[in-house]
Design a protein around this ligand. Structure first.
Ligand code: SF4
Ligand code: ZN
Length: 314
């Protein structure tokens, strides 16, 4: 370290590696890694995400955020956390993409000694995502993007996978960026129902619907990526071939530009929803779930969205 290098504001010993603009912290590599792990533990405690003896299915796609989350939760388990973890991966059936992610997810689980369970669209629904997109395009139905179909089916697949491993909760690696994007997307759509259900811990609305927790909801995506890099976590870097179609990309670009100019924007969006929560209570409570007349899974209407989509495809 040379005489002019700046010293970490936490340990006061090592050289600064990262500047956190919204808090003013200047951290060395070690203190940065520890700050992320401490933040995740604090988020879990703040929102009361885990209870004693709970089994948690960790959604691991093979991307940087989900593999980093798995590393942190596995470390917590080794330190005698009150919960136990199983990784679950959804294979949507995306050619030249998901295969690599599955291998990475399996290898990281072996390394961390975490059990790993895979569910595929093909097994659950009879079609891969590629099949569905192809069929939709053949019949000239381009109303929704591949990501919209993927979202509907992946939510179901994850819920089924969690039940198959006997999980009480599903932990997803949604970052602060994801949360801020989702909040704005719902506001732009005027979808108050979805805005109300957007929570760090989802409500218990149906016995077949496993509750979700988001331990990374206060971690910016940039910091999650840096954590993965410093911890030498293996993850899939190549993007999904359908990713460019996602509406979310526009919100991501807009929020990134705002964050660049006005540091703390994403936290403000996230915290605004937390403050609005009491006003949205009534909207959230009016959500009603019954069972789909066709598949018996939770649905807000007679036929669930999954069965509706599969009917069109068939
Ligand atoms: Fe699914 Fe879209 Fe994500 Fe690809 S980018 S995995 S299609 S949601
Ligand atoms: Zn159904």
């Amino acid at each position: 370290m040379n005489a002019t290098s700046e010293i970490c504001s936490a340990c006061k010993r090592r050289e600064v590696f990262f500047h956190r603009p919204c808090s003013g912290q200047r951290l060395c590599k070690k203190c940065f890694v520890e700050s992320i792990e401490a933040k995740v533990r604090a988020t879990i405690a703040k929102y009361d995400m885990l209870s004693f003896n709970e089994r948690v299915a960790v959604a691991v796609s093979g991307g940087k955020d989900s593999v980093s989350l798995l590393h942190i939760l596995a470390k917590m388990e080794r330190a005698r956390s009150k919960a136990s973890f199983t990784a679950v991966t959804v294979d949507e059936g995306i050619n030249d993409y998901r295969g690599e992610a599955l291998e990475i997810a399996a290898a990281e689980c072996r390394k961390l000694c975490v059990p790993h369970h895979v569910v595929s669209f093909k097994r659950l629904f009879g079609f891969t995502l590629d099949d569905i997109v192809k069929r939709k395009r053949q019949i000239g139905d381009c109303k929704l993007t591949a990501c919209a179909y993927c979202g509907i089916l992946r939510r179901r697949a994850l819920n089924v996978a969690a039940r198959e491993v006997g999980a009480d909760k599903i932990a997803t690696a949604h970052t602060l960026d994801d949360e801020a994007q989702t909040i704005l997307m719902n506001i732009f759509r005027g979808d108050l129902g979805r805005l109300a259900k957007e929570k760090p811990v989802t409500d218990e609305v149906h016995p077949k619907l496993v509750r979700k927790i988001k331990p990374f909801c206060e971690i910016p995506e940039k910091e999650s990526a840096l954590y993965a890099y410093l911890k030498k976590v293996k993850f899939q870097a190549s993007p999904c071939p359908y990713a460019s179609e996602a509406l979310r990309n526009d919100f991501r670009s807009m929020l990134n530009r705002m964050e660049e100019k006005h540091s703390g924007t994403m936290f403000t969006v996230f915290n605004s929803l937390e403050r609005l929560r009491p006003a949205l209570k009534e909207v959230g409570e009016n959500r009603h779930f019954e069972e789909c007349v066709e598949c018996g899974e939770p649905s807000s209407g007679g036929l669930c969205k999954v069965c509706e989509l599969l009917k069109q495809v068939r």
